[in-house]
Design a protein around this ligand. Sequence first.
Ligand SMILES: O=C(O)c1ccccc1NCC(=O)[C@H](O)[C@H](O)COP(=O)(O)O
Length: 256
Amino acid sequence: MLEQLLAGSLEDARARQELRPTAQVEAEALRRAPALDALAALAPADHMKVIAEVKRASPSRGDLAEIAEPHTLAAQYEAGGASAVSVLTEERKFKGSLADLEAVRKAVSIPVLRKDFIGDEYQVLEARAAGADLALLIVAALPQERLVTLHGMIRELGMTPLVEAHSADEVARAVDLGAQLIGVNARDLRTFELDRDLFGRVADQIPAGAIRVAESAVLNVADVEHYREAGADVVLVGEALVTNDPVATLQSYLSV
Ligand SMILES: O=C(O)c1ccccc1NCC(=O)[C@H](O)[C@H](O)COP(=O)(O)O
């Protein structure tokens, strides 16, 4: 599934590239106001910080929420205390788009993450051109050489890479990159199995200077407490926010 998702995202990027060539997207990326400082926004605090996700659907759960106005939801997230907004831009299984990201960018003043299956430079340029401050890199999806190149490029464009791992080996690869923002995804992107204890097993490998993000599988405050006790600075939450009252749910997590 991960290979399919990456291949689909790259294929869709190729189709967009036919219409908007690299030079054009690069010019748009360079014209953008500088990216917001996501590391400052997500820096460890005396409570859990939240990256709140705009998530309509997913391969593991199907349709989750209609979200006709992603910018309205994102504004609610910001008002509710989110430190950043994650926007799924993958079209085929998550029903997202870069237009969602652009709309969210206009509506909030907190950092915005492009959450997609990023495998090439064009997608990174698209992220910045649409106003993203962060871009996701999934360790399991790419060879280390590709990760090094894309990680460097994201940083050169002023954005922050969120480097996502799902095993001790992948955390080690993220650390080798010099990643300052490391996510441990409880969801195995190949099987969709959830393992909330994975974060606790690998958190010690993440250097003290890096920000530790626990991704996925938060369904209630107890899950947030579980991640906090295991050392998470930030949780990334999608389903629980889009299927419940987003502000009340978010605020309950911020008390942890
Ligand atoms: O959510 C999925 O089913 C999924 C499947 C395959 C690859 C990625 C997937 N999700 C992306 C994410 O990482 C989550 O949207 C994000 O961490 C929030 O997760 P949750 O709070 O469990 O909705």
